[in-house]
Structure formats: C-alpha cells, structure tokens
Design a protein around this ligand. Structure first.
Ligand SMILES: [Zn+2]
Length: 759
C-alpha cells in the first residue's frame, strides 16, 4: 500500500517526491529494499516517525510552485540563477554495448533508438539527459605500411628544427565480414581477399552527428592506458563537432561509481595516451621487422624462393614462446621412470633405481606399508591471501575451475561490464572503503551477531585509484543466480555456469581477505614406505612431511580454503597406498597458461591488459598447443620451435650455463609428442632446425639480445615512465628506431632503404 507525491522531471532537475509505504510484513519490505538496492546502491526506507514530515511537505510544495509557474510561461528567479547547472544533454561513450546497457539500466527504463550503426540508450538522471552508446572498442589503428622512405611501418618521420618527430598514421579499423580479420589499409581483406567489411568509420560518423546534438560529450572508456587511448581517439574525432569533451573514470560499473565519476570529470590524460602510442609503435616496428626477418630466413634455410605465409614474432611474444620451449625441453631432458605411490591426497615418488637395487620384479600394492611417525605437533595461524590481481585470478581460475586464461579474461570482462565486479585488469590488491563496506554487509548477513568475531577489515595497500578485483555488491553467487532467475536483475547476455563460477571464486577470495585468520594444527611426520618381502622389510622411501591435520578455528576458511586437510592421527599409523603406478616423472612441470602468466608478472614482461592476449596470439599462430584433459598445459609445436630457433639460433636456453645437444632433445621431444607437428612435415622441419643450428650466426646473437627477457623488461619500464611523466615519448621512440637501425633493419632491407629510413 503506497501513497505520496511523485517526482517530476523539469528543466531544473527533478522535483522532490515522497512515497509512504504501509507495512504489515517487515520481511516483504526488506525484500523490496534489497531488490531496489541493486539499482540504487544507497536506497533506504525511513521510519515515518524519523522524518521531519512538515519540512518535507513544505519542500515538496515549493517545488510544485515552480512547476506551476513554468506551466504559466514564467521563469522563476531561482532557475534563472541556476542557468549554468540546468539539465544538460550529454553523450556518454563507453566501449562495450554491454556496459552501455548496464549503465542505462541504473537510471530507470531507458528508451532505445538506433542511430546509424549505434544503439543509443536515453535516460534522465535529473541534472543530465544522457545518451549512452558504445564505440565497440578501438576505432583507429596504425596503417600497415612497409618500410619505405616515407614511412617506418606506418610511422612517418619528419624533421623540424633539427629534431626528428614521429607521426604515427592512424586510420579507421575494418573488420572482414567473411573471416573476421581486422585491417586498416586498403579495401580488401589481406587474408581472404573479401571486399565486404564493417568499418569503424560508420561508428565515428554516427558519434559525430550525435555530438552535434548534445551540450557535452563524456568519454567513459575503461580505466587504463588502453581505455585512455580509445578515449583519446574518440575525442580527436569528435573535437570539431562537440562543445565540450570530458573524460569520466570509474573502476566498477555501479550507479554510485558513475555518479561519483560525474563529479570528478577530467581531461584526457596525454601521458597515458603517449605511453600507449609508444607501446603500439614499438610493437609494430619490432613485430614487422622480426616477421620479415624470420620469414626470409625460413625461406632461405628451407631452400625456397618465397613462403606462402608470414611468421610472426615480437618483443613479448618471443620470450614467452622461448620460456615455453625451455620448460618443455627441460622436462624431456630430466624425465625419469619412477613408481608413484598415492595415499589420499599425498603422493610419493620411488625412483626406478631403488626398485632395481632390491631387484623387485613386480611391486605389489598390498605389500607396501606407509608408516607415519609423528615427531612434533604444533598450532599455526593461517592468514587469508590478498584479494585477486589479474594474474592471480587467471592462475586460480585455471587451477581451481579449469578455465583457460583467455576464457577467464573474457568472462571477467563481461562480469565487469555487467557491473558485478570491479575492473579486472589490475595490479593492485588495494580495497577501498566501499569494498570493505560490502564485506561488512555480507558477513553480517552470514554471521549475524557474531560478525565482530569474523570480520577483520584490511585495505591490502595504499592510495591510488586502482583496486583489486572484488564484487561490487554484497550478493554471493547463489543469490546472484536467484536474482537473475527471478528477473530482478536483467542481463543482456546469457550468463553461463562459468560466469557464476568465476564470480563465486572472486567473491570468496575477496570475503576471505576481510576475515580473521584460521588456526590450524600441523604435525611433522617421519614417513617411511616399506616393502614386505617374505619376512624382511625393505625401505623404499624415507623422509619428513609437514601435514595440516586439523582446523582448530576456521576463520576465513569457512568461505575460502587454500589448504587441504589430511586427517591423520597424532600417533604412529600404518597406511596402505590407495594406488601405485609406473610413470615418467620430472621435477620440471609443463606450464599451464596461468603458470606462464605468473612468470610474465614475475619477470615483468607483461601487463594485466596483455597477459592473456600474448598467450592467445601464440596459440592462434599454432606456435604452442594446450594439452591435457583437466588443467591444460602449454607445449611448443614444431613450428614454434623452428621459429624460435630461426630467431635466436643455438643461443638457447636464455639463461642456461650448460649447453646441451639441442637437436637431440628436440628429436626426443618430437617422439614423445608426435602430434605437435600438426599438418607440417615434422622430419623436414627437424632437418631445417639442424641447418639453422649448425649455421647459427652473429645475427642470432643480435636478435636474441633484442627479444631477451631483460631487454623486454627494460622497455616496458620505460613505457611506464612515459605514463608517469618521467620519460620523454619522442626520445624513447627515437631510441627504439636507433636500436632497429643498428640491429635488425640491415638484416632485412637494402642499404638504400635502411639509410633513408634511419637517422
Ligand atoms: Zn577476410
């Protein structure tokens, strides 16, 4: 039962309104409040006795007087005074259609219209009439020019006042309607030759026409350097048409975050854009030059005039490929045959030598005893891990949920755009006060009066706008699924079980980070694996094992458990193995996508926005394959190995002191994974590799130094210095060109071309 005065929209904003709800079932009211809070974060019902009703009614009547006057054609003095802040029309540009729709849904039911190729959502938020639309990602990219006198792979070099300036030539991005390839130059798909394509020109033109209609353009692309670059491109394209262009930055798609962003509008950050330009130019220059080099060498060593396709390489891509090859070959080198004894979650390895030493022909499972003797027992505190950064999220998604990094990144992107999690490309573990508030709200819901015992707020870092990946509301995965099923939350895409699983993982990890530590009991055991032969015992394995046997006080483990408890008694026990098998084992593990991402983070050759992309690229190019039924491991293909060897020759592996017979190991590797040859002639390729290795030249040394981990790390740091204003964009690009001119360009181009392109 409700009654009151409705709010009305007028030129000065929204009139004050009042709703009175008569309640006879408080649970229904709470349910309604909860649902409304999904759209209006700070929604709250007040008890009528707490409201200064007289004052409210006076305010309401005053607003109504204004409306009456407006209807009569008069302009109240108050409105004349506030002319500046009267309702503005604003074009609000994001990159993804999902994000546009989610934002529109926070402000009532939007009206939708098609505007050229754009879908535009119109909503009113009181002081602003918003036209929300999406650019669909990047609109401009570097032209694919060859190296020539005028252009260094799409970047013009000009001389003014004795200084060399670089002018990257950007143009509309086209997408082939046949094969999906993106290209910039020409009007035919460079891959399939199809001439029907979608061009970002249509997007830009529609945005330009919209920009003329509005008072202000607000660009709200993602809050990182890449988002800044997209925003900059849109701003440049709209500048001649718009009265005013501003940038809004928010790290979560919620009503509160967006309203806060409106209060803190800023200009495009030129430093972020410059850093992104430098990254793009560097990526293009080295990528194109290495690709020309490797394709040319491949043709030469295989005795062919020309190859039918180009092979790719790159500053980050190539060291990552090298790491995957290094691990795969190291595993092959160190494989040994062993017996693996399993008992519950524990596994033991018994080397083949031991079996041979005692001349055991067939090891029988029932003759094995595993003896656990407790040495000491102690209690220990276990602290929750920090909330997710990008690399940690990807690695856990793979380990726990068996979701590949590329897939996890796509899902996280959608969860972000739908407003369920904070920005998923982040290096920060920091939690804002809003985040801590969400933890408190949820834990109160779960633990009631005992919340004080479990809730231990932690910020996990200082300052800055960036935050860890966390949920944006105190709604767990179960409740989220219910709200969607009931139609209370409407989502523009179909949420799969994978979406909910990843959300659940992010949610639990975050909640755990705001909870008290657990107290656990550990026992250090002397463990011996013995084998009964007639009346004697043979010791197959002996060692120490520290095992968590009990949880004394669960704390955060109630919500997120990073450990496994093995419920062994605290006295001596003899246990039978649950399984025994013969296997080839190595201490070197093949890496999963998550492992490679962790490595990239450790040696600092990737960023949250590129981790998954790099791996996707080398998988798409079939330089590496993912194998394995559950967790997928990355192994190099024979083409991948060849391309890598063509670049760095026998200067491999990167950091290994001791050289080994590379070709021999590669052959062994091929025998083990014969399918990795794919559709190419593996034997032919091995022969080619042999030629490459025997003829390894000084060139390889030069290239190896360019694509080494240390050089890549150094360059990425420089790009960050451009972002922070400590390094000059032009100077760094000039240095890059010098490096190219000294090292690689002379290997692929004629003296004339090189001398005209170089400084
Ligand atoms: Zn095509």
């Amino acid at each position: 039962q409700a009654s009151g005065r409705t709010s009305r929209l007028y030129i000065g904003g929204i009139t004050r309104g009042l709703s009175i709800v008569i309640v006879d079932d408080i649970r229904l009211l709470k349910g309604l409040e909860k649902r409304l809070r999904f759209y209006v974060d700070d929604f709250k019902f007040y008890d009528l006795r707490e409201v200064a009703l007289e004052q409210e009614l006076t305010n309401i009547d005053r607003d109504r007087e204004v409306i009456k006057m407006l209807k009569l054609g008069a302009l109240p003095e108050d409105i004349v005074k506030r002319r500046e802040e009267l309702v503005k029309t604003v074009l609000f540009v994001v990159e993804s259609p999902n994000k546009a729709r989610t934002i529109a849904s926070f402000f009532g039911r939007p009206s939708v219209r098609d505007y050229g190729v754009l879908k535009v959502y119109e909503v009113n938020i009181g002081k602003m009439h918003l036209l929300i639309t999406a650019s669909g990602g990047h609109v401009f990219d570097l032209v694919e020019d060859e190296l020539s006198q005028d252009s260094i792979y799409g970047v013009e070099k000009r001389n003014y006042g004795g200084i060399t300036w670089f002018v990257p030539r950007y143009d509309f991005i086209k997408r082939c309607l046949n094969c999906g390839t993106q290209f910039v130059k020409g009007d035919k798909c460079p891959i399939c030759g199809f001439s029907n394509f979608k061009s970002s020109k249509d997007v830009v033109e529609a945005l330009q026409r919209l920009a003329v209609e509005v008072d202000e353009v607000i660009i709200a692309t993602d809050p990182d350097a890449e988002g800044e670059k997209i925003g900059y491109d849109i701003a440049v394209a709209l500048a001649p048409y718009a009265k005013s262009i501003k940038r809004a930055e928010f790290h979560e798609v919620t009503r509160r975050a967006i309203l806060t962003a409106f209060e803190n509008l800023r200009d495009i950050n030129a430093q972020l854009v410059k850093a992104q330009l430098a990254r793009r130019i560097e990526d293009r220059w080295l990528g194109f030059a290495l690709s020309e080099y490797v394709t040319k060498r491949y043709a030469k060593v295989s005795g062919r005039e020309k190859l039918d396709k180009r092979y790719s390489a790159g500053r980050v891509q190539t060291p990552v490929l090298g790491k995957i090859i290094e691990l795969a070959l190291a595993k092959i080198r160190t494989l040994r045959k062993s017996k693996v004894v399993k008992v519950g979650a524990l596994t033991f390895e018994i080397p083949e030598e031991v079996i041979e030493k005692y001349n055991l022909k067939k090891v029988k499972q029932k003759r094995i005893d595993i003896v656990f003797k407790p040495v000491k027992s102690y209690t220990d505190s276990l602290y929750p891990p920090p909330p997710f950064t990008t690399d940690e999220m990807l690695s856990e998604a793979q380990r726990v949920l068996l979701i590949s990094s590329v897939e996890a990144m796509r899902i996280a992107q959608e969860l972000f755009e739908l407003g369920f999690i904070t920005y998923h490309r982040t290096d920060s573990t920091r939690i804002s006060s809003a985040g801590i508030g969400i933890a408190k709200e949820y834990l109160t819901k779960v633990f009631g009066d005992e919340v004080g015992h479990y809730f231990t707020p932690r910020t996990w870092g200082e300052g800055g706008a960036h935050e860890a990946i966390r949920p944006t509301r105190a709604i767990d995965a179960t409740e989220l699924r219910e709200l969607i099923a009931e139609g209370i939350i409407e989502v523009p895409i179909r949420l799969t079980p994978q979406h909910l699983k990843l959300y659940d993982l992010i949610f639990r990890r975050f909640m755990a980070s705001q909870m008290r530590p657990a107290t656990i009991e550990r026992v250090l055991y002397d463990v011996e694996i013995v084998y009964r032969v007639e009346n004697t015992y043979i010791c197959l394995w002996k060692g120490n094992l520290d095992i968590v046997v009990n949880i004394i006080e669960p704390g955060f483990i109630l919500i997120y458990s990073p450990i496994q408890v093995v419920a062994l008694p605290k006295h001596e026990v003899i246990v039978k193995p649950s399984n025994i098998r013969t296997a080839e084992i190595s201490d070197v593990k093949l890496p999963s996508q998550g492992d490679i991402i962790k490595w990239m983070k450790m040696v600092e050759i990737g960023r949250p926005s590129t981790y998954a992309k790099i791996i996707e690229t080398i998988q798409k190019r079939r330089y590496v394959y993912a194998i394995g039924k559950k967790v997928q491991y990355l192994i190099p293909s024979i083409t991948g190995i060849l391309i890598y060897m063509l670049l760095v020759g026998n200067r491999f592996p990167d950091e290994e002191e001791e050289r080994y017979d590379l070709l021999h190991i590669v052959e062994k590797y091929l025998n083990k994974y014969s399918f990795i040859a794919g559709d190419v002639d593996a034997l032919q390729l091995v022969k080619t590799i042999e030629t490459v290795l025997s003829g390894a030249s000084k060139d390889a040394e030069v290239i190896a130094s360019m694509v080494s981990v240390s050089r890549t790390t150094e360059l990425l740091k420089k790009m960050e210095q451009i972002e922070s204003g400590e390094a000059d964009y032009r100077e760094i690009i000039e240095d890059l060109l010098r490096e190219m001119c000294k090292n690689i360009l002379p290997l692929v181009h004629s003296h004339d071309v090189v001398s005209s392109a170089c400084l």
